[in-house]
Each structure stands twice: as C-alpha cells, then as structure tokens.
Design a protein around this ligand. Structure first.
Ligand code: GDG
Length: 448
C-alpha cells in the first residue's frame, strides 16, 4: 500500500506539537507511514514553487513558504475573514473582497502543482480544513486519480448562511471532488447534505453518499478526539509539579482555555461569572477563574476587538469584586506549556467550555481526561460545541443565557461527589473508546 499524505495549512516546525489539529495529526502519522505537508510559517518575497523537506522529527515532513501578499489575502483574507466567520455563523463580520478569493484559489493551485511532483499513484491524500477546500479539484485538473479525503475541523454552515457568500455554492463543487468529506458532528453532516441538495442540485443517496454530476462523495461525521490515556498520565504527573501559589486550600478553581477567538464565548463566560458573584456573596474569595487565552490571528480587526472586549470585562469584574487578597479572574494572554496545562486541568474543580460555535472543542475532552477519577471536576459545556453530541453527561449550557450559566456554575461547585463521579465515569468511558486512533482509523477506513 502507498503512503498517507496529510496536508494542512500549517505544519509544526518545532519538536513539541500543540493545538488540536496538530496533536491529532501528529498521533496519526506516528502510527502510519506518511508525510505531512503544509506551509512553513515563513513569509518570503518570492516563494519557491517546490516542496522542501523539513529536517528531523519522527516522520517525513515537507513545507513551502507564502509571500506577504498570499499571507494577507489567502490566509488572513479569504480563510480567516470569510470562511472562518461564515462557518461559525458570523456572516455579519465577513469581509468580502475579490482579491481574497483570487489569492485563495491561486495558493491552492500552486500547492496542487507542487504536490503533483511528489505524489505517487498509490498514495492516499488526506486534506485538512477550510484553508484547502479546492485542493482536490486542482489535483484532479492535474490528472491525479488518487483517493483523496477531506476533513473539516470547523462546523459547516446552514444553506441559508452559505448564501451570504457570493458564489458560495462553489464550496459545494470543491467538496464534490473528494471521495470522502469528514465532518466533526452530525449537525454539520446535515447542513452539508442540505446545502448540496438545495443549492448544489445534488442528489442524496443511501449510506451518506451524495451525487453531484458526474461524481459521488461520501459525507459523514468523524468526531475528532484525543489520546485520553496519554493525557491522563501527563496530568497525573504534572499536577504534582504546579508552582506554589497556583492552588489555595480555601479556594476553588475554575478554568477556561481557548485561543483568543470571538467564537469561543469568553465574554459570555466572564459575564456569567460576574452574575454568579453578584448572586453569591458567600462565594467571594472562595472561587477564582483562570482563563488562558493565547492570542491568534493578530492584526485582524475582529481579533483586536475580542481582545479589547475580554480585557475590559475581566478588568471590570475584578474591579467590582476583588479585595486585597483575592481577584476573581486571572486572565492570561500567553500560551502555557502543554504539560502545565494538563496539571492545571487536573487541579481545577470546574472547566468552562462555552463557545458560541465550535467544530468539536478538544479542551472539553482534555479536561475530562485529566481528572482524578476519585475526585473529578465538573465540565460545563456549550450546546454549540460539536463535543456536546458526544458528551451529554457534561452540564450542557446555552452560552447566550447568562442566568442559566450562572446557575450552572453554582450547580457545578456544589455537585456531590457521587454525581461528579457518575458523570465523569460516563464521559471517560466514551473518551477511552473514541480516542484519536479511533478517529483517524474511522476516516482512513472510509477513504479506503
Ligand atoms: C479547531 C476547531 C476542533 C490552547 N491554549 C493553549 C494550548 N491550547 C490547545 C488546547 C487544545 C487546542 O489548543 C485547542 O483545540 P480546540 O479544539 O479547543 O480549538 P481550536 O484551536 O479552535 O481548533 C475545533 C479542533 O480544530 C480540532 O479539530 O476541535 O473545534 O476550532 O489542544 O489544549 N496549548 C498549549 N498552550 C496554550 O496556551 N500548549
């Protein structure tokens, strides 16, 4: 059998992978013979039209550079100011410009040409995420007939939302060139299927297949996951090593971990905590929230705005409730090493995972995996995270409903051990069965 060629926008250049997609693919490639291809992260004046090998590492990697223009228009432009908001239900903040789309297509075409030089006839190709949707079509244009699959890490929009993008149906045509299109959740499969049929004149067939002349594609859910066993071991080791002062015996800890992104519902979470503190003066000084939010996509206006909004809110809540020995919110805008994160999850009593829309959300899974089975913490999870379909034993909340979230914080903090254990056992059971190996095996089996 040929190799597995995984392609994603970025590949990790350093030795310690972090981030959802990166960790999942790393684990997949460790167990399969394959190559990982993506951009290097370097911006150069005249990018070479050739993939170059990346030295070292446990498996083969190849990369290419982007020009400044491509970074602006393909990456920050069409990928992150059109597709990302569109796929997360934020059509109101899309920035539609013709040069964004042109560059998006051009980078994908350029990548297809470079790939055609290295792909062999029996290789299987696995394309990842919204930055690379047209890749299969351009590879087909170059005459490649390999098995090609696509996995979307974000949600898929409703047919109505898709119409906010001029020529949005082109996305459906791009998708039709893959043998398999993998989604995170059943809701995304339903949206994609509906869009194909209603807007793409396609025909739904049995077994999750859809026919768009002259090809058929399978659309199915493959919920991404983590190596729960490995993460639990890491958390067990690391909780011992947390620096003094992180934990206080008289104080409960709530944790939030999200890239600083407007989809993650951090303002809603802060407001709910403010509401909780209004309601429960007896909890002042006895609970604090640790919010870790490393910045991403800096320079894009919507990201500058979310940073300002969250800084303002956390400042206001701290100003209103803090006293000389306690501040309710610690808001950290830097990345924290993965192993420290694992220890922090385990040391926390409650996790707040409250996105307004999220493909899956691996933080929810990491938090559960990190818990001590004998004294587990409680997961508060948004109904709009893909993870909610698989994690009904979390406390499911609507992040727009501040009062309900404040009540859920109280429920979580007061939850008896027997209930915490019952919920945790149920969540952990599914995490162990449906781990990252199950995810990649499921997709690759479907790809054939
Ligand atoms: C996309 C989709 C989908 C976060 N802060 C730090 C840090 N992280 C790590 C977390 C987790 C990962 O980043 C975030 O993954 P998520 O799944 O929560 O969210 P996205 O980054 O938006 O990922 C998402 C995912 O792709 C996979 O398909 O689940 O829905 O949006 O692993 O732990 N890691 C370190 N320091 C930090 O400060 N080391």
């Amino acid at each position: 059998m040929g190799r597995l060629i995984c392609i994603s926008n970025r590949i990790p250049m350093g030795p310690n992978p972090s981030g959802g997609l990166v960790v999942a693919l790393h684990d997949t490639l460790m167990s399969t013979k394959g190559i990982w291809i993506g951009t290097s992260g370097e911006i150069v004046e005249n990018p070479e039209n050739r993939l170059r090998p990346v030295e070292g590492g446990p498996f083969e990697r190849m990369c290419f550079d982007l020009s400044e223009n491509e970074q602006e228009n393909y990456y920050f432009g069409f990928s992150n100011q059109v597709l990302w908001p569109l796929f997360h239900g934020r059509t109101d903040i899309m920035e539609i410009h013709a040069e964004y789309l042109d560059s998006y297509k051009e980078v994908n075409r350029r990548l297809a040409r470079m790939l055609a030089e290295v792909v062999q006839p029996d290789d299987r190709i696995w394309v990842h995420d919204y930055q690379l949707l047209p890749l299969a079509q351009y590879l087909r244009d170059m005459g490649l007939s390999n098995r090609i699959g696509f996995f979307l890490h974000t949600p898929f929009p409703t047919p109505l939302a898709l119409q906010a993008l001029p020529n949005g149906t082109e996305i459906l045509e791009w998708m039709s060139h893959y043998h398999v299109v993998g989604m995170q959740a059943e809701r995304d499969v339903r949206n994609a299927m509906a869009a194909m049929v209603e807007l793409g004149n396609a025909q739904e067939l049995a077994g999750g297949f859809v026919y768009m002349e002259p090809r058929q594609t399978r659309i199915a859910a493959f919920p991404i996951a983590i190596d729960a066993d490995e993460f639990r071991t890491l958390a067990e080791e690391q909780v011992q090593k947390l620096p003094a002062g992180v934990l206080k015996p008289e104080r409960r800890l709530m944790i939030g971990v999200d890239r600083l992104d407007y989809t993650k519902g951090v303002p809603q979470r802060f407001k709910a905590f403010g509401e909780f503190l209004e309601r429960h003066e007896d909890w002042h000084r006895h609970v604090s929230m640790l919010q870790i939010s490393p910045p991403t996509r800096e320079g894009v206006e919507a990201y500058d705005n979310i940073r300002e909004e969250t800084e303002l809110l956390s400042g206001r809540i701290n100003g209103q409730f803090a006293d000389i020995s306690w501040a309710p919110i610690r808001f950290i805008n830097r990345p924290i090493p993965r192993e420290v994160l694992a220890g922090l999850y385990r040391a926390s009593d409650v996790a707040l995972v409250t996105p307004l829309m999220d493909g899956m959300n691996l933080v929810a899974k990491e938090f559960v995996a990190a818990q001590d089975r004998d004294d587990p913490g409680v997961l508060i999870l948004s109904q709009f995270a893909g993870a909610a379909e698989q994690m009904p034993d979390a406390l499911i909340v609507n992040p727009h409903d501040t009062e309900q979230m404040a009540t859920s914080i109280m429920t979580a903090l007061a939850m008896p051990l027997i209930d915490r254990r019952r919920r945790h056992d149920a969540l952990m059971d599914r995490l162990m069965k449906h781990d990252v190996a199950w995810w990649s095996k499921g997709f690759l089996t479907a790809l054939g």
